[in-house]
Design a protein around this ligand. Structure first.
Ligand SMILES: Cc1cc2nc3c(=O)[nH]c(=O)nc-3n(C[C@H](O)[C@H](O)[C@H](O)COP(=O)(O)OP(=O)(O)OC[C@H]3O[C@@H](n4cnc5c(N)ncnc54)[C@H](O)[C@@H]3O)c2cc1C
Length: 468
């Protein structure tokens, strides 16, 4: 591909794009834009409530930037990205069927605020409400109910998109089905998502009935995760990956279901007060002794072995949202990545322990390790989950991190597993190709809609091998 086909437009993009109605346009130009891992890059972010116009001349659209790596950052040679967050209208809601149509920048937190009192909820939610609906489609997010409910993409019925040749097209599982399924989990690489139509879920009450268990080691944890899958539609757990030997993987398993009207309190859940973590932390604060003490405290904070009771959806689904910008705890100049992979059941039950031991030997173990049970593979061409155990590990970025990720990837490939692109920062193209047999089909569809790969991200250049 000649480089000129990937060159930025001649005028500074933000100047060209700001020539519209000044009231409807805002430029969020920043020196640096970041994903959640804080490993940012210089770029301009364009914002406005007319996303269709905003996306006329940009290589990528992003939402809240809650993906950890570089998937929401544009290419270095065309450093401009459209922000969807002002395009956040709910366009239609059918109170009979629960079908909702919205602009892609609608914030999940705003939707929850409106839908919970009316006894509707999204069918799948990630572990933070600070995401846009467009971001949920592009990552084909999964939640605590993956084993029982699948990914968000399974509930999407229509997408309105601006594709690379400038056309605005609508796609559904029947119409332009190739584009539709490549976009579900396609990390924004098939086009700009303007509108999303999806099915909401009717809920019996706005409260969750929760059971949580403290478990002494990884075997006990994995046994309970799988044993409880049929009875509990939602499950997730934290495990301590810093402790060693028989205590490795001790942790808490949280199980939940929507409470019945009889179990639920009469009142509506109140929003939880949140605090913002200040950007004052020295870079060395998150070190091994700190993390060991932290994990010890977290483990014993669950002093009763089993707890049951009613909790709010906010507390159950989004425990970390009370600490706004908690990623700042990695230090003012600190950056982190999350390594998330799924190990299929066929890899055997020792595979999870082997991965955690490998991580500890390589020196990458941190204090956040979340384990989930994954059900059937989604239909999105790059959708992450497959039947198995999903493990998410926060890793502070150091010069050693690319090597650690390489070792973990080699292990995941041996097991027949795969990584989650929305968390990834360091996976090399040969590793991604080896773990993703669906990649050829994804690239075929992508190139059919965008032969010159005009739509691309810093991540697609690094991990999929797109031209710079
Ligand atoms: C604390 C925390 C917990 C999380 N828990 C989970 C979890 O449990 N399960 C899970 O699956 N994920 C989880 N995530 C990841 C998160 O759900 C995804 O990264 C999600 O995509 C973020 O949405 P966003 O609006 O911030 O998108 P961004 O981070 O801004 O973008 C993510 C990707 O979507 C693309 N994109 C966004 N909007 C559009 C659009 N309108 N058109 C085209 N492409 C678009 C971007 O180009 C990028 O490739 C978590 C993240 C955090 C920080």
């Amino acid at each position: 591909m000649p480089p000129s086909e990937h060159a930025p437009p001649p005028a500074a993009p933000q100047t060209a794009l700001r020539s519209g109605n000044p009231e409807a346009w805002q430029t969020l130009a920043q020196a640096t834009i970041e994903g959640w891992g804080r490993d940012g890059r210089p770029a301009a972010e364009l914002g406005g409530d007319d996303l269709a116009r905003l996306t006329e001349r940009v290589p990528l659209t992003r939402g809240m930037g809650r993906s950890y790596g570089h998937s929401s950052l544009p290419p270095a040679r065309w450093p401009v990205v459209a922000s969807s967050i002002f395009a956040d209208r709910i366009l239609r809601f059918d109170t009979e069927s629960g079908e909702l149509c919205c602009e892609s920048g609608l914030l999940l937190r705003d939707l929850n605020r409106l839908s919970l009192p009316r006894r509707w909820f999204v069918p799948v939610t990630p572990g933070t409400a600070s995401v846009t609906i467009g971001g949920m489609v592009a990552s084909d997010v999964h939640g605590k109910n993956h084993h029982s409910g699948g990914t968000f993409g399974e509930y999407v019925t229509r997408l309105k998109m601006r594709v690379a040749d400038g056309r605005i097209v609508e796609c559904t599982p029947q119409e332009h089905a190739d584009l539709f399924w490549a976009t579900i989990g396609g990390m924004g690489l098939t086009g700009h998502i303007l509108e999303v139509t999806f099915q909401m879920q009717k809920i019996p009450s706005p409260w969750i009935w929760e059971r949580s268990e403290r478990l002494p080691n990884l075997d006990a944890f994995l046994d309970r995760l799988l044993e409880t899958a049929d009875e509990w539609p939602m499950s997730v757990g934290w495990v301590d990956c810093l402790s060693q030997g028989s205590r490795l993987g001790r942790g808490h398993l949280n199980l939940g279901r929507w409470a019945t009207p009889q179990e639920a309190p009469r009142r509506e859940p109140k929003p939880r007060p949140a605090i913002t973590i200040p950007d004052i932390w020295p870079d060395w604060i998150v070190n091994k002794p700190f993390m060991r003490i932290f994990n010890e405290l977290v483990y014993w904070s669950h002093w009763r072995r089993v707890k049951t009771g009613i909790v709010s959806p906010e507390k159950f689904f989004y425990p970390l949202d009370v600490l706004r910008k908690w990623n700042r705890m990695y230090g003012r100049n600190g950056a982190m990545t999350q390594y998330q992979c799924v190990l299929p059941h066929t890899a055997g039950r020792g595979a999870t322990r082997a991965l955690l031991e490998l991580l500890r030997r390589e020196g990458g173990a941190g204090f956040l390790c979340v384990i989930k049970d994954c059900g059937a593979e989604g239909r999105g061409l790059l959708s992450y989950p497959m039947p198995g155990v999903s493990i998410a590990l926060d890793i502070r970025i150091t010069p050693e991190t690319p090597r650690i990720v390489d070792r973990l990837n080699e292990f995941v490939i041996e097991c027949g597993g795969r990584i989650y692109l929305t968390k990834d920062r360091f996976t090399r193209p040969e590793h991604f190709r080896a773990m993703e047999p669906r990649l050829d089909r994804f690239m075929e569809v992508r190139k059919a809609w965008d032969p010159h790969l005009k739509i691309r991200s810093a991540q697609s250049i690094f991990t999929l091998g797109d031209p710079p």
